[in-house]
Design a protein around this ligand. Structure first.
Ligand code: NAP
Length: 250
């Protein structure tokens, strides 16, 4: 733990905290003094992250919640408020992809991807912002994607959801700024997690060769930027989307 932790006793909610980028974000908040609500589809999935934080001397709890389901989100935020306190920082990181060419895309895959990636963020913001408005302080961070601005063949659902998150970010920034709440987004490029595990080796090499920084990203590359946006140093930044892609889309 650092001498002057940036997030001492701040109640932080991280969705999609069981693996990949979300796990790294949650662990970093825990190491910097935050009281971290680790949310995943099941409590069991989120538990390894909460345990890792706890074992390093931090404070964390695991929650199972499908962020696309309004009643589950409401119930989870009520429990978080009871058990850790009212949320002060919210990281909407939960996400999934169901890729298919448009003509073959199943309606249920369109709906599921929109529900988790976009509606989930809306529901969590709605649930967290009540307490933030009362406290006249809050930090909201949405994890979008470079696909949200560039599009992706076979990813119409994912691109639409991630583009939607950028509009949501700007609208929330405008609506809640007067209450001391910032809302920003990060747009990762290709990060080595379960989500990109199936990328063929040839594609990985191509991405690494195209990116000026010469490699795929790691979860830690994204987490550091997320924590910056949620820190006091970013107190006058809102409505922004920062691309974290090693320069791939330059
Ligand atoms: P990941 O390793 O596949 O992890 C996804 C996380 O989201 C897991 O914790 C998963 O929980 C959770 N999740 C999925 N559906 C959920 C639901 N309905 N309710 C609650 N939690 C749910 O993904 P990742 O690569 O770390 O991606 C994290 C975020 O970054 C996503 O929003 C993704 O779109 C975005 N992103 C990733 C990349 C990349 O290259 N990896 C690039 C751009 C953007 P369970 O373990 O319980 O399933």
């Amino acid at each position: 733990m650092k001498d002057h932790p940036r997030f001492q006793d701040k109640v932080v909610v991280v969705t999609g905290a069981s693996r990949g980028i979300g796990k790294e974000i949650a662990v970093r908040f825990g190491a910097e003094g935050g009281k971290v609500a680790c949310v995943a589809t099941s409590e069991a999935n989120a538990l390894s992250t909460a345990t890792a934080i706890y074992d390093s001397g931090g404070v964390a709890r695991a929650y199972g919640c499908d962020v696309g389901e309004a009643d589950q989100v409401e119930a989870t935020f009520s429990r978080i408020t009871e058990e850790l306190g009212p949320p002060e920082i919210l990281v909407n990181n939960a996400g999934l992809a169901r890729d298919a060419l448009l003509m073959r895309m199943k309606d249920e895959d369109w709906e599921r991807v929109l529900a988790v990636n976009l509606k989930g963020a809306y529901l969590c913001i709605k649930a967290a912002s009540r307490a933030m408005m009362k406290a006249r302080y809050g930090r909201i961070l949405n994890v979008t994607s470079i696909i949200g601005t560039s599009g992706g063949a076979g990813q119409a659902n994912y691109a639409a959801a991630k583009a939607g998150l950028i509009g949501l970010t700007k609208s929330v920034a405008k609506e809640l700024g007067g209450r001391g709440i910032t809302c920003n987004a990060v747009a990762p490029g290709f990060i080595e997690t379960d989500m990109t595990a199936d990328l063929p080796e040839e594609m990985r090499e191509k991405i690494a060769a195209t990116a000026p920084l010469g490699r795929l990203g790691q979860a830690s590359d994204v987490a550091g930027v997320v924590l910056f946006f949620c820190s006091d140093d970013a107190g006058y930044v809102t409505g922004q989307t920062l691309v974290v892609d090693g320069g791939l889309t330059l």
